[in-house]
Design a protein around this ligand. Structure first.
Ligand SMILES: [Mn+2]
Length: 463
């Protein structure tokens, strides 16, 4: 856990921004796997972690913006709990550890909230992607589920996003730690990219590495020879020499900050000339983005410039044609890259997105586009110093999408469908790194993972 003062300071800033009523921050509960006593590995709610760091189930904090009171609600352990789960620190001592002024049993929370709302006070709370949290909020606030969703506090969401978007020194150190382990995972996957191996063997090793380090992965890893399926979670393919292997994988730091990297390797360690050509374009998009990322630039501009770089590269190969800026403005390149350039990274791999993607990635100045491709950009707004984000350009040949566009002659002035047909079984290449926006530009988080083709080939071959 961070120092007590860090959590106190975060809550002080939050209360200052809300300055009306009560703020309820709900922690997560255990989530049953197939019975109430057999649960998935516990993962605390990220905003709850941010404001108090306590990493156990069934906790809540209530901040009173008028009185300044900060109460931790939780369960006192019963003798039975101690017998089965071991003795835990008391609620009072947990509250003290993170600078909360009082502790109370969670059974009283409903009454406390009811008397507040009866007295006409506002209770601000955040949305949650978890159904059991919605149920709990419904019970605590005496609302039905539809009202729970409708009555979330935009003011609280905005305040939390403002605070969590700007990473402190202590958070950046955690993010570096996560990315350092990410280096180990990805270089191990490169070494394993050999003929005969099954995708699940690599996925299993990645998960094992995280668990052996006492950590957890930040999302289920994508380990696939079919990188053209963007979030491919099937892992049954056996690797053949010359296949492209796409590995998109991240791991958490001890305090649950995420890494998120992607590398694409040629199985057996020898990229074909066709693979090389496409790889170099994706790499050029990555490098061009890194030249641009700095405070003050809208990330949408970086995305669009990466897309122009992509189109330029595809022109050279004869896959696209026509006027570059117009091709990007019309969204023709989205045939090859139907997703956005990146997203914020922090306590969540897609940081804060359960608070609402548009609150995190967009603002009054930058609205989300509805155009295919650009609409998938998770982060469009202007970058600020100490934002942490991913850069993840890719080129994919998705047969079904190509077929449909060709039938519709979609963007036919920009796309050479005859040439594209030569790439139908190509698959996909994505490269992804994690960056900190610094005063003068950006810096890579963690130890640099091999990115150049010859470095990657050496890793695979010499192992
Ligand atoms: Mn990512």
């Amino acid at each position: 856990m961070f120092a007590t003062e860090i959590y106190q300071e975060r809550r002080r800033k939050l209360v200052q921004q809300i300055n009306d009523g009560l703020i309820l921050l709900l922690g997560n509960s255990d989530s049953p796997f197939n019975s109430a006593d057999n649960c998935y590995r516990f993962r605390q709610d990220s905003s709850f972690l941010y404001f108090c760091g306590l990493d156990q189930p069934e906790l809540a904090i209530l901040l009173d913006t008028d009185s300044g009171e900060e109460i931790l609600f939780g369960r006192q352990q019963s003798l039975n709990d101690v017998i089965w789960s071991g003795l835990q620190p008391s609620l009072q001592s947990q509250a003290e550890r993170v600078g909360l002024s009082a502790a109370n049993t969670i059974d009283n929370l409903e009454d406390v909230l009811t008397s507040a709302t009866t007295a006409g006070r506002t209770v601000h709370y955040l949305p949650s992607c978890r159904a059991d949290n919605k149920n709990t909020l419904g019970r605590l606030l005496r609302k039905n589920i539809a009202a729970v969703d409708k009555d979330v506090s935009p003011a609280l969401i905005k305040a939390v996003v403002t605070l969590r978007s700007i990473k402190g020194k202590e958070e950046i150190a955690e993010l570096d730690t996560a990315a350092d382990l990410g280096y180990q995972l990805h270089t191990t996957a490169m070494v394993m990219a050999k003929e005969g191996i099954y995708e699940w063997e690599i996925a299993g090793e990645l998960e094992a590495m995280a668990i052996r380090a006492g950590r957890m992965l930040s999302f289920p890893p994508i380990v696939t020879t079919h990188g053209e399926t963007l979030h491919n979670h099937q892992r049954g393919n056996q690797l053949r020499n010359g296949d492209l292997l796409l590995v998109d994988c991240g791991v958490e730091s001890p305090l649950h900050y995420a890494s998120d990297h992607t590398r694409t390797t040629s199985v057996g360690g020898k990229f074909s000339s066709q693979q090389r050509d496409i790889y170099q374009i994706v790499l050029a998009c990555m490098m061009r983005s890194r030249e641009l990322i700095r405070p003050g630039i809208p990330y949408r501009d970086v995305h669009l410039e990466a897309c122009r770089t992509l189109v330029k590269g595809l022109y050279a190969l004869g896959l696209m044609q026509g006027e570059i800026d117009q091709a990007v403005a019309d969204g023709a390149h989205a045939l090859f890259m139907p997703h956005g350039l990146g997203h914020q990274l922090g306590l969540d791999v897609h940081d804060m997105e359960d608070l609402g993607e548009d609150y995190v990635g967009y603002d009054d100045q930058t609205q989300r586009s509805t155009q295919f491709g650009l609409s998938g950009l998770r982060l469009g707004r202007e970058l600020q110093e100490n934002f942490v984000l991913t850069v993840e350009p890719g080129i994919y040949f998705i047969p079904k999408l190509i077929q449909q566009w060709e039938e519709e002659s979609r963007h036919a002035e920009f796309i050479n469908y005859t040439r594209v047909a030569e790439y139908l079984d190509f698959g996909g290449i994505r490269l992804e790194d994690d960056l900190l926006v610094t005063k003068g530009g950006n810096r890579l988080l963690g130890r640099p993972i091999p990115l150049q083709i010859d470095e990657i080939e050496k890793r695979v071959v010499t192992s």
